[in-house]
Design a protein around this ligand. Structure first.
Ligand SMILES: CC(C)(COP(=O)(O)OP(=O)(O)OC[C@H]1O[C@@H](n2cnc3c(N)ncnc32)[C@H](O)[C@@H]1OP(=O)(O)O)[C@@H](O)C(=O)NCCC(=O)NCCS
Length: 242
């Protein structure tokens, strides 16, 4: 019989990983981690919802960022304003530098699946080059953004796709579960696979050769549970040595 997570199975490394993923996104795990960001990312504030409305100038800065990164889809001012009104974007600003925008992360609505469940795509993940972990200030801003958006939206069905290895490792640090594209609901699968021919080399994106190879799809732990715990893929090329 397969029940929930049982005490004897704590010896199983996968169960321990799963428990860690649950803890990391729970308020018990995220509240102290968010407070600790005051020291890990000094001077940085994370703005969303009504707090963002006071800082309209973040929009052109994020538009500009999305136009200049190969891994990002370009976003318009209108798209960004809409997602901000829905409280689905978090912006990191440097309060010591006149509220310069130094990072962002957003949830984009993908539509409903066959079972009428809403899906969102985590995207527009960006950190200003000087503020990246390997930038001159050595700050984990991407981690702070990722943790906040996942913990604030646990009840939503979320996926994230990328060909960027740093983004894959970032997701792994936050308990994202790597699954195969085929285990997504078909409508959701179609909605997320909209890359152009120049990237995929095919007009039929359901047959894109990059899928599950250089391009990976991951879902947060609560989403993974809701979609019936599909098989998880472990790939030695992307699993970092511990
Ligand atoms: C993706 C992005 C947000 C990551 O920013 P970042 O975490 O600050 O990190 P950097 O890019 O400086 O470096 C990433 C490296 O630092 C490591 N790193 C970052 N934070 C870390 C932490 N808290 N602990 C340990 N390692 C950490 C990462 O694991 C990664 O190394 P890896 O490639 O071996 O995994 C940033 O590179 C970016 O904005 N890129 C352009 C836009 C983009 O590609 N977005 C992703 C689209 S899917």
């Amino acid at each position: 019989m397969h029940g929930g997570i049982m005490i004897p199975s704590l010896f199983n490394p996968q169960t321990r990983k799963d428990l860690l993923a649950v803890f990391q996104t729970s308020s018990l795990g995220t509240t102290p981690a968010n407070l600790f960001d005051t020291f890990r990312t000094p001077g940085i504030q994370y703005l969303s919802g009504s707090a963002l409305k006071r800082f309209a100038w973040w929009i052109p800065q994020v538009v500009d960022a999305t136009q200049n990164e190969e891994h990002l889809l370009t976003k318009t001012s209108l798209e960004l304003r809409t997602v901000a009104d829905q409280h689905h974007i978090i912006i990191a600003v440097d309060t010591r530098l006149n509220y310069l925008v130094v990072g962002c992360i957003a949830l984009w609505h993908l539509g409903r699946d066959e079972q009428d469940r809403d899906w969102f795509e985590l995207g527009t993940l960006w950190v200003h080059p000087d503020y990246r972990y390997h930038g001159s200030r050595h700050m984990p801003i991407a981690d702070a953004l990722y943790r906040r958006i996942l913990s604030e939206n646990q009840s939503k069905n979320i996926l994230a796709t990328t060909t960027n290895l740093a983004a894959i490792h970032l997701g792994m640090r936050h308990g994202m579960q790597m699954i195969s594209y085929a285990s997504l609901p078909k409508k959701t699968h179609k909605a997320t696979c909209v890359c152009p021919f120049e990237k995929t080399g095919t007009h039929n994106n359901m047959k894109c050769p990059l899928k599950n190879q250089s391009c990976r799809v991951r879902v947060p732990f609560p989403t993974w549970q809701r979609v019936g715990k599909p098989e998880r893929s472990i790939d030695s090329r992307i699993t970092k040595p511990s």
